[in-house]
Design a protein around this ligand. Structure first.
Ligand code: ADP
Ligand code: ZN
Ligand code: ZN
Length: 724
């Protein structure tokens, strides 16, 4: 009797064995249907015991084998096993993150791509005169003269009845293309002539074909990293290999996708949260069969199956959205390096502002450092000026000096970008009589005033309340806004610069479908205009007419308790600044602050991000913080305040017994002490060596799962956390 171990999509840490009754046969990576309690579940075969293994009669039998051939390749199984071990997360939940919903439900893989239509021989010899009586049929016929067209695309312009009419007349036929590896083709265009620096970088990357080699590409904003990616990919496509490009948020930068699709004459697909389940399954199959040459996707694209992966690119590798922030908290950048090792291919981590982790890895020799230190267009980096707010008269949150510079820039026909990382009208409402604040009842935070939608919204738990007319405490009507948000900045700037259009880019203004595209189009259409927005502006946009960037307020983030805050702020400032002067015209950046002497600002001002980052890394070494130490974080959430503290205290006592060399900090309260009505506590575990830390974590979890107290709270382990 064969016994198989099955990974099931359940949040449990144990593994599940089943008997495989003859004549059923499976391979590792195939899906099977098995009984689980009163339910039937679809799982993936993870291990097959040798034939003579002892099989207890108590083992239940597999009901049904779903796949003849594995849906998960051996390498993908290895990646998922590694991820489950490394992040100490139940394998079943890792599997949920990795498999498209329809595959988890046991649906078959599609064996044909979408349907398309083409003219039959009769259709080809037809002429306009044959369609005298139907303009619609004529239009369809004329469309198809150009060649075969996808059904979806056809139905956007023609009625299905028209299609059926021509089908009935046997003038057109419906075809289905089976999935098959793409046909290598010459590039649509050869691209730009590389600068000397770019050419050197590309040759290094191309030399590493077929080997595992991680690269850190540190290239200042506008240095032409995307061009480097394109030219590194080109020789791989000629060999029929595939490329995975991970990007932080695909919806924000449709330009990136367009640049890849316009360059290459092979299929380029995108993978992101906006796809339907069917589209996801199709994309999975395109990658798995090799019919897609390039997949550009957000972090979970990392788990796609590829037929022949030749290169992985992680663009904006410092971006926090590459880390999943709940449930299975993996970092797509780190797993991308692991995946490249398993696939024996190079991986490029690219950024103008590399994370200190990647910089550290390159200094340790684990990653090869490649640098681009000048802009591809020959333009200088924008000049950064600090505007000391202590000596300024202000209007609408802007120093007079800034207002004049904005006027001047617009008058010259250029665009101005104003960055304020606070959406909504104001971060709170307050009473001028008694000091009452619009606090959220369920979180330790105030609710943001959204004037246009006439709501108070908590940005932490999503709670919504109507805007009060009177103070909730003393009844006074003297309620005022506290903390300017983008909505307010927009409202105030409009009359001040009445002659110029203004575009706001934040999560509220772009929520409606198509509104982001519309805003990006307006900016691209040119002409002097103001662009007001949140960190959405920092994400790799290329707006050639922007020559002035104003950073309205970052002071709140200068003195944060999180040891990563300076790094994140330096990245944000550098990325936002990098939007200025990207084309022929020089750019400048004005940063308003009450703390012009702050060491991070001074360092960025005089020496740039790369110098700041190296100093920050030295500081981390002296103060013994990651990446010089490994860090793991236990988080708890509970309705009763003291339960989380108690639970973590038990963990501390156990950890001190098991591994006294591991440093513990906590239990301490989370920075946001209460969220959505739940109290939050943390325990930080630091260690010089990763291995003993991970051994301890494993032991702690096994014990903690048995504690009765564990049922009174929710706990999570975050390995290599990026927000504390
Ligand atoms: P990054 O991704 O590093 O911010 P991009 O790849 O967007 O930079 O390039 C910035 C600008 O420089 C783009 O307009 C691009 O077309 C241009 N560019 C890139 N490489 C070259 C080159 N070798 N010669 C001329 N222009 C280039
Ligand atoms: Zn009051
Ligand atoms: Zn709240």
């Amino acid at each position: 009797m064969t016994v198989i171990r099955v990974a099931l999509p359940v949040p449990l840490r144990q593994s599940f064995d089943y008997q495989l009754p003859p004549p059923l046969q499976v391979q590792i990576g195939c899906r099977v249907k098995v009984p689980f309690g009163k339910r039937e579940l679809v799982g993936v075969v993870w291990h097959i015991q040798p034939d003579d293994a002892f099989a207890s009669d108590a083992l239940k039998s597999v009901l049904h084998v779903v796949d003849e051939a594995p849906v998960l390749s051996e390498r993908l199984c290895q990646l998922l096993s590694f991820a489950a071990d490394y992040y100490h997360h139940p394998l079943g939940e890792v599997l949920i993150a990795a498999l498209p919903a329809l595959l988890r439900e046991g649906k078959p893989l599609p064996d044909c791509q979408s349907r398309y239509y083409e003219l039959t021989e009769d259709g080809q010899s037809a002429s306009e005169a044959d369609f005298k009586r139907s303009a619609r049929q004529l239009a369809l016929w004329q469309h198809l003269i150009q060649g075969p067209i996808d059904e979806k695309a056809l139905l956007q312009q023609h009625e299905r009845t028209t299609l059926n009419q021509l089908l009935n007349k046997a003038l057109i036929r419906c075809q289905q293309k089976p999935f098959a590896p793409y046909t290598p083709a010459a590039d649509h265009n050869t691209g730009l002539k590389l600068t000397t620096d770019q050419a050197l970088v590309v040759s290094r990357i191309v030399q590493s074909q077929g080997q595992f080699q991680p690269f850190l590409l540190e290239g200042i904003t506008g240095s032409g990293k995307t061009e480097v990616y394109l030219q590194s990919i080109s020789p791989l496509l000629a060999k029929g290999q595939q490329v995975l490009v991970l990007v932080p948020e695909i919806g924000l930068t449709p330009q990136t996708l367009a640049r890849f699709a316009n360059r290459f004459a092979v299929p380029v697909l995108s993978w992101h949260s906006g796809l339907t389940d069917t589209e996801r399954l199709n994309c999975w199959q395109h990658a798995a069969t090799g019919s897609a040459a390039i997949v550009i996707g957000t972090r979970s694209a990392l788990f796609l199956r590829f037929r022949k992966l030749g290169l992985i690119i992680v663009d904006e590798e410092h971006d926090s959205s590459l880390k999943q922030q709940d449930g299975f908290r993996y970092h797509a950048r780190d797993l991308a390096v692991k995946r490249a090792a398993l696939e024996t291919c190079p991986v490029i981590l690219g950024s103008a502002t590399p994370s200190l982790e990647s910089l550290y890895n390159s200094l340790q020799g684990r990653f090869q450092l490649l640098t681009l230190s000048s802009r591809a267009t020959g333009q200088q980096l924008p000049k950064l000026e600090l505007i000391n707010l202590q000596q300024q008269t202000m209007r609408y949150g802007l120093a007079e000096q800034c207002i004049q510079r904005i006027h001047h820039t617009l008058k010259q026909g250029f665009q101005v970008m104003l960055f304020l990382n606070r959406r909504g009208y104001a971060s709170a409402l307050t009473c001028q009589e008694c000091g009452w604040l619009s606090d959220c009842h369920r979180c330790d935070a105030s609710m943001t005033w959204h004037k246009q939608s006439r709501q108070l919204i908590c940005h932490h738990c999503g709670a919504i309340r109507p805007v009060p007319k009177q103070c909730g405490n003393c009844g006074s009507t003297r309620l005022v806004a506290l903390g300017q948000g983008t909505e307010q900045l927009e409202e105030q700037l409009q009359p001040l610069f009445a002659d110029y259009p203004l575009v706001r880019l934040d999560r509220d203004s772009t929520r409606r479908k198509g509104s982001l595209d519309q805003a990006l189009q307006q900016i691209a259409a040119g002409g002097p205009q103001l662009i007001v927005g949140t960190q959405m502006l920092a994400k790799g946009h290329h707006f050639p007419l922007v020559t002035l960037v104003v950073i309205v307020d970052v002071d709140g983030a200068l003195y944060s308790s999180d040891f990563r805050a300076p790094e994140q702020l330096a990245q944000l400032i550098t990325q936002v600044s990098g939007r200025a002067g990207r084309a022929q015209h020089a750019g400048s950046v004005l940063l308003q602050t009450r703390y012009p002497e702050h060491s991070m600002l001074q360092d960025i001002l005089h020496n740039g991000y790369d110098s700041f980052a190296r100093l920050a890394l030295e500081e981390r070494q002296q103060t013994l913080l990651p990446p010089y130490l490994s860090l793991a974080l236990f988080r708890t959430e509970s309705l009763q305040d003291d339960v989380g503290q108690q639970w973590l205290q038990q963990l501390v006592e156990l950890a001190q017994k098991l591994a006294p060399e591991i440093q513990l900090l906590g239990p301490i309260r989370a920075p946001l002490e209460r969220k959505a009505g739940k109290y939050r506590w943390q325990l930080h575990c630091y260690a010089k060596q990763r291995r003993p830390l991970h051994q301890l974590l494993q032991q702690l979890i096994i014990e903690a799962e048995r504690w009765p107290l564990s049922r009174k709270l929710r706990w999570q382990l975050d390995v290599d956390p990026i927000d504390l």
